[in-house]
Design a protein around this ligand. Structure first.
Ligand code: G3P
Ligand code: CA
Length: 266
């Protein structure tokens, strides 16, 4: 068998901690995940925050559409109790850990990666970037630039790769930051790319687990075209083993602890 796939914590260690919180990412780093995955959205006042959904009800105690709210408004909500119901605790119970209940900015996540004490990869997904005519990508590059990660110096590589279901978003990224690696996420592979090729300039393939389960041969095809294959979202033990057997390069999972254990068994 080839090289062990890298293990990427999807929304952090999101099975055990509230997704996209600092606590979820710190936990993923502690358990030895090779990388972290996050979704980014733009607030009304131009900050990138790590949130998956367009609306905030599922993962906070607020209501409404995220892009209509400022960062300060989002910071007033509790982003952890939906998963860990502290509200059931008595009055003397300790308040929830702020790392587990505060909306996370991309800036803070980048600082966490920088200060991790070991190399950690970060896969950033731009959510619905077509709505904002390039603003998400511009803000993303400005934020990465503060860490020297938008245009890595010669001989160095940014720990960041940018993922999207939107080719348009990846194309914009490539134009604005040609040195950054990109991943095209796919829940179906368009006919012209079934040979394992990708649109010009895209670095890696990001097929769903369903694609590589139905078509395991896709992995070899992509490799023949020189593209790594990063598969999402792989949680069941049997699926982790399947991904290992067919030679995928990265496994994106809500339970990086379990994936590390399974891969370590072989
Ligand atoms: O890693 C890719 C995966 O996160 C895409 O789906 O809905 O979880 O963002 P979603
Ligand atoms: Ca995602």
């Amino acid at each position: 068998m080839g090289k062990r796939p890298s293990v990427v914590a999807h929304r952090g260690s999101s099975e055990s901690s509230p997704e996209h919180t600092l606590a979820a990412y710190r936990r993923a780093i502690e358990v030895g995940a090779d990388g972290l995955e996050c979704d980014v959205r733009l607030t009304a006042d131009g900050h990138l925050v790590c949130v998956h959904d367009r609306r905030i009800e599922r993962t906070s105690n607020g209501r409404g559409v995220l892009s209509t709210m400022s960062l300060q408004e989002l910071e007033a909500f509790d982003w952890g109790s939906w998963k860990n119901p502290w509200s059931d605790l008595d009055e003397d119970a300790e308040l929830p850990d702020p790392d587990m209940s505060t909306v996370l900015t991309l800036d803070k996540l980048l600082a966490t990666v920088r200060d991790a004490g070991r190399p950690v990869e970060l896969a950033i997904e731009t959510k619905h970037p077509t709505r904002y005519a390039g603003l998400v990508e511009r803000r993303l590059i400005e934020t990465l630039a503060r860490y020297g990660w938008s245009q890595p110096k010669l001989g160095t590589e940014s720990p960041v790769r940018v993922m999207s279901f939107s080719w348009l978003s990846l194309r914009r990224m490539r134009t604005m930051a040609p040195g950054l690696r990109t991943v095209l996420l796919m829940d179906r592979v368009p006919l012209r790319f079934r040979d394992g090729s990708l649109p010009t300039g895209v670095s890696y393939a990001g097929p769903s687990l369903e694609i590589v389960t139905a078509h395991p041969e896709y992995v070899d095809r992509a490799h023949k075209h020189g593209h790594q294959v990063h598969v999402w979202t792989v949680n069941a033990d049997a699926d982790v083993r399947h991904c290992r057997e067919i030679g995928v390069d990265a496994i994106i999972s809500d339970r990086p602890e379990a994936v590390m254990r399974i891969l370590g068994e072989e």
